[in-house]
Design a protein around this ligand. Structure first.
Ligand SMILES: Nc1ncnc2c1ncn2[C@@H]1O[C@H](COP(=O)(O)OP(=O)(O)O)[C@@H](O)[C@H]1O
Ligand SMILES: [Mg+2]
Length: 276
């Protein structure tokens, strides 16, 4: 079942220059079309400035595109009435890169995770606390963390809290915008494992936005490559992606192969990934 359908989306930011009369801003997204099936992860890979976050915002309903349409379960995101819009907002969540700035530093973990529940569910205080504890445990934290503040957590733990908040309303799609990019390798692996488990348990779909080819490869079922606002390639499988001769993919692949001695020591590059 197709959950998200993006049709011919183009976008440019309006120039806010005081001196220029007309806006001549360049196109940031150019005729982008793709879809995400229920329960799958689409990796969106591209270098900095490619337009990945803009596309994420367009999909989240935060940046209305100049052209094209975004359909969530068949409903046009930018034309939906209030009721449908509210439902879409429940079903569509986001986790950003910077775990610290994504949370209010003055709120405890309990309050942070409870926020979507307060907005959308009418639970009693006891029910809500129970739900928050279950969410904490599901992301690998515990009841002991309820009363802690953001500064008392590591970056990885805080990202777990952001994930708990994102899954609190049992959404259908989560946009993960560089969600593991600022974490060290070990923590990245653990968070990717957590995301993989949640995806299976809740039949979740992800749009996994990243500049990191290895992270994309680890978690994605399908991969799209965004280059200067254009979706230049779409791969329906990891194998198709890894063996691609497209220059952007080759470049990214060689950069990570050079980074990790482990990948250099094994005969074929593909073998290295098969066991990663
Ligand atoms: N709010 C904005 N106003 C104007 N230009 C923007 C804005 N946000 C991003 N851009 C520009 O759009 C391009 C794509 O940015 P972005 O979507 O953040 O790329 P990525 O996430 O792939 O690094 C960049 O050239 C960036 O400078
Ligand atoms: Mg970005």
């Amino acid at each position: 079942m197709t959950l998200l359908q993006v049709n011919n989306v183009s976008h440019r930011y309006k120039s806010r220059s005081f001196f220029k009369k007309e806006s001549h801003s360049r196109e940031v997204l150019s005729d982008i079309s793709f879809s995400i099936e229920k329960g799958t992860c689409l990796g969106l890979l591209g270098t900095s400035g490619a337009g990945k976050s803009t596309l994420g915002k367009v999909i989240l309903g935060l940046e209305q595109p100049e052209h094209g349409e975004v359909l969530f379960q068949g409903q046009n995101l930018y034309k939906a009435d209030k009721k449908i819009h509210q439902q879409i907002r429940r079903d569509l969540q986001v986790v950003f890169q910077d775990s610290y700035s994504s949370v209010n530093p003055r709120l405890t973990a309990e309050r942070i995770i409870a926020e979507p529940l307060e907005n959308y569910e009418s639970l009693t205080i006891a029910q809500q606390k129970k739900a928050v504890i279950e969410l904490l445990e599901r992301v690998g934290l515990s009841e002991n963390d309820l009363k802690k503040y953001p500064h008392q957590f590591s970056g990885g733990q805080l990202q777990r809290i952001n994930i708990a908040r994102a899954i609190a309303l049992k959404p259908k799609l989560i946009v993960l915008d560089e969600a593991v990019s600022s974490l060290d390798m070990v923590t990245q692996t653990l968070i990717l494992e957590l995301l993989q488990g949640l995806k299976e348990d809740f039949q979740l779909s992800y749009l996994f936005i990243t500049h990191d080819i290895k992270a994309a490869y680890t978690i994605s079922d399908r991969i799209g490559v965004l280059e200067k606002g254009k979706l230049v390639q779409q791969y329906d499988s990891k194998h198709e992606f890894f063996t691609s001769e497209h220059s952007a993919v080759k470049e990214m692949r060689s950069s990570i192969l050079a980074e990790h001695p482990r990948f250099r020591s094994i005969g074929t590059k593909e073998k290295a990934y098969a066991h990663a």
